[in-house]
Write a protein that binds this ligand. Structure first.
Ligand code: GN1
Ligand code: MG
Length: 369
C-alpha cells in the first residue's frame, strides 16, 4: 500500500476522531506527490468513508502551515456555501483526537483526514464538453468565493510554485549538471524547451492581481456530481495560496482541452481541443468573470501555453535529475510526460489565433450581459 501496510494505515487512522471503527482501507487516486488512502469505518448499520493522506513533506516543507491554510480556506468556503445554499460542497477536515487537523507519526510523517465526498466523480480526460464547462465553473467559483478571505495572507506551501522563469533556470542547470547522463538522448526535447525560453517571462505573478488561487487545477481535482454532472467540490487544496488566476485557468485547459492523458506515450494521439477550450472559457467566466481585471482577461488565451510549458520543464528537469520528484510508474514515465506536454504545447501554438478569438468573443458577450 504505497509503502504502508494496512495495519499501519489503520493505526494512523485511529488517531483521528472518526465515526465508527476502521474495517478496511485501500489506496486511492493517482496523485503524483502525496499518498492517499480510503478508510471504511463501520458504525452500527452505517459505513462512513474518509480520505486519509500523508503529506509529502519533502515537497511541502511546512505541513503545519499548510494545514492552517487548509482549515482557513475550507472554513471560509463553507460559510459562503451555507449562505448561498447551492449544490456546491467543500472538503471537511476531521480533527485528530488531540484537536489538531493533522497527526504526526513516529517517523515524522504528517497525516490528515477529510470526509469522503459522496456522490461525486472525477475524470482524467473529459467525456464531453459539458464536463469541461462544469469543471471550469467550479474552479472559477472557488476563486470568486476566496476573493475576500479574511486575515493574513496564506503561507506559501511551495515557494515560487508557478515561477516559470525559476523553473526554466532549474531546467537549464539540470541540463548542465546532467547527473544521470541522460541529456544526450533527449536533445530534441531540450532544444524544444530552449527555443521557447521567452514563455518563461510572459506570466509573472507580480504583474497580476494577487489573489487566493488553487494552483493545481487539473481536471481530476474537481468532483462532478454523479447524476447531474454539475461541478460539486474542488479537492486537493495543498497548493492553495496567493497566486495568479491565470495558472488555474491554464492548468484546467491543459488537462481538459486535450485529447489524451498527460502521460500518453503515443504522441500522435495528443492534440488541443478548441471547442472544449471555448466551453472552459465560458464556464470560467460565468463564475470568475466578475472578479477579473483587464490584464487577466488579456492573458487567458496564452495562459494554457505557459503552464503546459512550465510543467513540461518540470517533468524534463525531473527526468534529467533521475526521477526524484514526481512518482513514476514505469521507466521513462517522466519522459512520456514531457513528450506529451510539448506535443500539446505545439498544438496549442497552432491554435493560438483561434483561442484568442474565442476569448475575445466570450469576454465581449460577458460585458454585453
Ligand atoms: C502534481 O500530486 P498531484 O498530481 O496533485 C504537482 C502539480 C502537477 C501535477 C501534474 C505539488 O500534482 O504541480 O501539475 O502533479 N503537484 C506538486 O500531474 O508539485
Ligand atoms: Mg496536488
Amino acid at each position: 500500500m504505497a509503502n504502508h501496510t494496512k495495519s499501519f494505515i489503520s493505526k494512523v487512522g485511529d488517531q483521528f476522531s472518526l465515526e465508527g471503527y476502521i474495517g478496511s482501507s485501500e489506496v486511492h487516486g493517482n496523485g503524483n506527490v502525496n499518498d492517499t488512502f480510503l478508510l471504511f469505518c463501520e458504525d452500527g448499520d452505517s459505513l462512513n468513508r474518509y480520505t486519509l493522506q500523508r503529506i509529502n513533506h519533502d515537497v511541502f516543507k511546512n505541513p503545519e502551515g499548510l494545514m492552517d491554510n487548509f482549515s482557513r480556506v475550507t472554513r471560509h468556503l463553507r460559510s459562503k456555501i451555507e449562505e448561498e445554499g447551492s449544490g456546491i460542497q467543500c472538503l471537511t477536515l476531521v480533527p485528530a483526537k488531540d484537536g489538531r487537523f493533522f497527526h504526526k507519526d513516529s517517523n515524522g510523517n504528517y497525516w490528515r483526514v477529510t470526509k469522503f465526498v459522496d456522490g461525486g466523480r472525477s475524470f482524467e480526460v473529459p467525456e464531453d464538453i459539458h464536463q469541461a464547462y462544469e469543471a471550469a465553473k467550479a474552479f472559477g467559483d472557488f476563486q470568486a468565493k476566496l476573493a475576500d478571505l479574511p486575515g493574513d495572507p496564506l503561507i506559501e506551501t511551495i515557494p515560487d510554485f508557478h515561477n516559470t522563469r525559476m523553473r526554466f533556470e532549474h531546467f537549464r542547470s539540470a541540463c548542465k549538471q546532467d547527473k544521470m547522463d541522460r541529456a544526450k538522448e533527449v536533445s530534441d526535447l531540450i532544444q524544444f524547451a530552449m527555443d521557447r525560453e521567452k514563455l518563461a517571462d510572459l506570466i509573472k505573478i507580480e504583474n497580476f492581481p494577487s489573489r487566493v488561487v488553487h494552483n493545481d487545477t487539473k481536471l481530476n481535482n474537481v468532483l462532478l456530481h454523479k447524476t447531474t454532472g454539475e461541478g460539486m467540490c474542488v479537492v486537493d487544496l495543498d497548493t492553495v495560496m496567493t497566486g495568479c488566476v491565470l495558472h488555474d485557468f491554464g492548468d484546467l485547459v491543459r488537462t481538459a482541452a486535450c485529447s489524451s492523458l498527460e502521460d500518453e506515450p503515443e504522441v500522435d494521439k495528443i492534440f488541443f481541443l478548441p471547442e472544449t477550450f471555448e466551453a472552459i472559457v465560458e464556464g470560467y467566466l460565468k463564475t470568475a468573470g466578475s472578479i477579473l481585471e483587464p490584464s487577466e482577461f488579456e492573458h487567458l488565451a496564452v495562459a494554457p501555453q505557459i503552464i503546459t510549458y512550465e510543467l513540461g520543464l518540470r517533468f524534463l528537469t525531473d527526468y534529467l535529475d533521475g526521477d526524484v520528484y514526481f512518482k513514476v510508474k514505469r521507466d521513462g514515465h517522466n519522459l512520456d510526460r514531457v513528450r506529451a506536454q510539448f506535443r500539446l504545447l505545439a498544438s496549442m501554438e497552432e491554435h493560438f489565433e483561434q483561442s484568442k478569438e474565442i476569448v475575445d468573443i466570450c469576454t465581449r458577450s460577458l460585458f454585453a450581459q
